[in-house]
Design a protein around this ligand. Structure first.
Ligand SMILES: Nc1ncnc2c1ncn2[C@@H]1O[C@H](COP(=O)(O)OP(=O)(O)OP(=O)(O)O)[C@@H](O)[C@H]1O
Length: 585
């Protein structure tokens, strides 16, 4: 598998007459790993037989630290689980890339009545010692800009909206302070639970009453946040769970009944459990996080969100904190924030909202519809084998491309909304592990996806809007790594051309000749119709708001800085001066 530094700049593929190999020739193509056969009949009868999957377990049953009554505040280590959580080769955290210093250069803009002081190191934030240790296990040495601002803001207990580029560490920006704040308090706040290892009887009196609720739009994203939670909750009493549609409810209910302090959920399954009674209650919730808030609204989840936040038994006291996270920030999100968040909330913006970063090399290639399939094949042939995501506009195209490339002996897998949840989970496991390094997907299945060493994003079909483009290409070059995004373009995509050219210019990319006509004259401006722009009658905007259009800052063009040299001081391990924000719980 090609690594970050080896990846050469892409060249536009020549539309060649490379012959697509016939089926059954061999299972390998070039230097790609062998394709994995997918026998649907066997698969449906016995899921674990498919594509060499090791187990038929649901992601919801992922192992987590089981705290025992006698442990106290800092529970003992479990080295086997540690390896599983932090060192599993198929699923370990991405790790910062060579250009992490560029990520650190982005500046924060805070709008609101308070100006929390940014932290420079994790240690100075006054985090719980267990959290400090877990951050080290994760390999994080320096907080990213969004973390520098969000950690103190959340520790202080302010409601907020937080907007930062894709792959900039938003998940940890909310998990670290929330979980740290609850560590040590969990015993006082958490609902009763059965002792670990005891026989669980569904319908018994143990009802899950989480302290933290994270709502995410897709199943893949919620299981990914669950995985991060399992890591950050390690050695604490906090027990994370995930509930999401499509997967079997029994496993999820058993896990809830064992105890649930941190719940990650997709809206539909969450409501289902809440409304069935005696399974789940939100009356103890202290923190609500709405992740990918813009996508949540695009997918039509607003009524569900309202039922969860306005119309359920959710804790409505003043000690509840609500926050929204996104990489883009359309008006619909600002409107919802106005209703869900306290009046005294903060907006934390990192860099220009809706910008991409220059670590992604963006190529736009003119390709007629009729030639796209051949162009795709040629592009894959001319690129070094590396984890690649191909985005297609609809499920049918995903299926067709998977068949085509698989028959061409390429190691593909695919994912879209019509697949069973088992197929979706297995496709992602195969992709993450590198068994099937080419993932063909519709955009909805890939939102928020965080997979190590994704080196190439191919927009086989152009997305309908620029925000979608930003999210898609953001699956590569995460956290200071490098990557390539290749987009097929033709006249049918002209409505996105102007926005695309602005993004290319802003992130110092070449504008191809066929897009020159869309180059804006004069200063580069990003208008409200995109993801930015302020809403003048929006009360969530406190002092300091700037109603002007944003002019793209000359961000990320600097020399690279020397942030690598600024190492955090050693952790105050075992210290007990952690910051609970004086919440008085
Ligand atoms: N301070 C840090 N140092 C090193 N790596 C980090 C740090 N914070 C987060 N990461 C890693 O960066 C990767 C991207 O983080 P995350 O998925 O939270 O990004 P995101 O901003 O939510 O992206 P998206 O908008 O695409 O969902 C993850 O693999 C995470 O483990």
């Amino acid at each position: 598998m090609t690594t970050d530094t080896e990846f050469p700049p892409a060249v536009a593929p020549e539309i060649s007459d490379q012959t697509v190999p016939t089926e059954n020739e061999s299972d390998t193509f070039g230097e790609w790993v062998p394709r994995q056969k997918f026998d649907y009949a066997t698969y449906l009868a016995k899921p674990e037989a498919a594509r060499g999957q090791p187990s038929g377990n649901w992601l919801a049953s992922g192992e987590r630290y089981e705290w025992k009554e006698e442990y106290g505040d800092v529970a003992p280590r479990d080295e086997r689980l540690e390896r599983e959580l932090f060192g599993h080769p198929d699923d370990e955290p991405i790790g910062k890339g060579l250009d992490f210093s560029k990520v650190l250069q982005l500046t924060a803009d805070i709008i609101g009545p308070h100006q929390p002081k940014a932290i420079e190191t994790f240690e100075e934030a006054g985090l719980h010692p267990v959290m400090i240790e877990n951050i080290k296990f994760m390999g994080y040495t320096t907080p990213t800009p969004i973390q520098k601002m969000c950690i103190p803001t959340i520790l202080k207990g302010y409601d907020m909206i937080s907007v930062a580029q894709t792959g900039s560490g938003k998940t940890a920006a909310f998990l670290i302070p929330i979980l740290s704040k609850l560590m040590g308090k969990a015993k006082k706040l958490a609902a009763p639970r059965p002792p670990p290892g005891s026989q669980i009887v569904l319908g018994s009196h143990y009802c899950a009453e989480p302290l933290v609720l994270v709502v995410a739009p897709t199943r893949e994203l919620s299981t990914q946040i669950f995985d991060e939670s399992r890591r950050f909750c390690y050695r604490s009493m906090l027990r994370p769970c995930v509930v999401y549609g499509g997967a079997d409810t029994y496993t999820q209910r058993i896990e809830l009944a064992k105890g649930c302090d941190v719940l990650i959920a997709t809206p539909g399954r969450l409501l289902d459990f809440m409304e069935r009674g005696r399974i789940l209650s939100l009356r103890r919730v202290k923190f609500i996080v709405i992740d990918e808030a813009d996508e949540m609204l695009d997918m039509g989840f607003e009524p569900q969100l309202r039922r969860i936040i306005e119309d359920s038994d959710v804790n409505q006291d003043d000690d509840r904190v609500c926050m929204m996270f996104s990489a883009t920030f359309p008006k619909s999100v600002r409107k919802l924030a106005k209703e869900f968040l306290a009046d005294e909330n903060l907006i934390i913006k990192i860099g220009r909202i809706g910008s991409t970063h220059s670590n992604i090399k963006q190529h736009v290639i003119y390709t007629d519809e009729a030639n796209k399939q051949t162009a795709l094949f040629d592009l894959l042939c001319s690129s070094p084998p590396s984890r690649t995501i191909i985005f297609a506009g609809n499920k049918r195209t995903v299926d067709r491309l998977d068949d085509f490339l698989y028959n061409a002996r390429l190691p593909t897998t695919s994912i879209h909304g019509d697949r069973t949840q088992r197929e979706r989970e297995d496709a992602l496991i195969s992709f993450r592990s590198g068994k099937c390094p080419i993932l063909i997907a519709t955009a909805v299945a890939a939102r928020g996806l965080d997979v190590k060493n994704v080196m190439h994003i191919i927009n086989y079909d152009m997305p309908n809007n620029i925000d979608e483009y930003i999210h898609r290409i953001g699956r590569t070059a995460r956290i200071g790594n490098h990557g390539l995004a290749t987009t097929f373009y033709n006249e049918g995509n002209s409505e996105i051309a102007e926005d695309l050219v602005k993004i290319l210019i802003e992130s110092n990319q070449d504008v191809p000749d066929f897009l020159e006509q869309y180059r804006p004259e004069g200063e580069l401006k990003f208008e409200e119709s995109e993801s930015e722009g302020e809403d003048n009658d929006n009360p969530v905007q406190g002092d300091g708001g700037n109603a002007d259009d944003w002019v793209a800052p000359a961000q990320e063009n600097g020399s690279g800085g020397d942030s690598w040299g600024v190492e955090a001081p050693p952790a105050a391990a075992g210290g007990d001066n952690w910051n609970d924000g004086g919440a008085g719980w």
